[in-house]
Ligand binder design. Sequence first.
Ligand SMILES: *Cc1c(COP(=O)(O)O)cnc(C)c1O
Length: 394
Amino acid sequence: MTTLAIDGGTPVRAEGWPSWPPAATPEQHALLREVVDSGHWGSTSGRRCAEFTEAFAARHGCAHGVTVANGTLALFAALRAAGVGEGDEVAEVIVPGYTFVASATSVLLAGARPVIADVDPDHLHLSAATVEAALTDRTRAIMPVHLAGSPAPMDELTALAARAGVAVVEDAAQAHGAAYRDRPVGGLGDAATFSFQASKAMSAGEGGLITTNDAALADAAWSVCNLGRVRGGAWYHHAELGWNLRMTELQAALLTPWLDRLDAEIDRREEFATGLAAALTGELPVRVVGDPEGTTRNTRHLLLLRLDEHVDKAWVVRALAAEGVPADAGYPGLGRITPVAENAVVLDAPGVDRAAASVLWLRQDVLMSGAAGVGDVLAALERVVADPRAFGRS
Ligand SMILES: *Cc1c(COP(=O)(O)O)cnc(C)c1O
């Protein structure tokens, strides 16, 4: 038997993976230099943020957008603009239990209470059933998260939200360019938010953006991010409570050219995903996590894999890393993050618990290797799960 790399053997893959985010392209260099040389570094004097916002919103089927300092604050501002967090009674926002921590902490920042709901055990999104179990007369909004580039089942979620009379704020931080029933994410609810943090599919190091088709909501979100000013109004007129949550022109310069290459990058990650999914059949105790019905484009921000029951995920992740295949053990579940749980309503979530125990993922660096990288990942998986320790036996 081959000696595993974790025991000192030769790793399956000695060479590295494409770095993410990638180095700047000539187009990004040119635009960045133009902004730097212009002296218009902030969006209050330059036009790069405004132009990027318009193009990004249009790409996501939306008439309006607002750039924000990051994705967490974009969620905060979108919630405030949707009326969440106002009034005496503590408003509730239903969030999925299997997501990044900011989906919940943004709700707390807005002055509301996250209600942490279960996810569907197959596709790991909120569903009408899991949201129904979390609805109360204090619910003001639902936050579907387009996890790993996979759109949430929006038909059933928006239908339920309409019946309950609550807002829908899409957390699309991981889903630039994703589509559901041929419609881009971003305009499927009342508002949506994106992130341009370093690990995301489009990055400026940090950054965020709100998209919406509701002109009044867009103005309200702009006001939240601009110290309560009125768009087009006087500089020292503050009609609402607001903060400075703006993105810079330098970030827009890095992001604008990215719109032209986003599709090709999604296709490359999809080639990897399709290749690996096809190879993961038969004996191997690992599968690619499937999408909800209605998915037209999963952008593969991450590739989620599910291990069979009885597989020791922590050991597999360690053994894969030694073989040169970096994988993440995934989220612990919001209900297990103590400072969040202490300030939230945590519901029973067997789907989340199962995901926390069995799901791991590959990131952009590995996925951007395209079809060429599949062989090494498959070889590493085969090697690692052939060892009894993968099943907790020694
Ligand atoms: C990254 C992320 C955020 C937060 O975005 P930042 O730009 O890092 O603040 C929110 N929700 C999800 C699902 C994310 O992945």
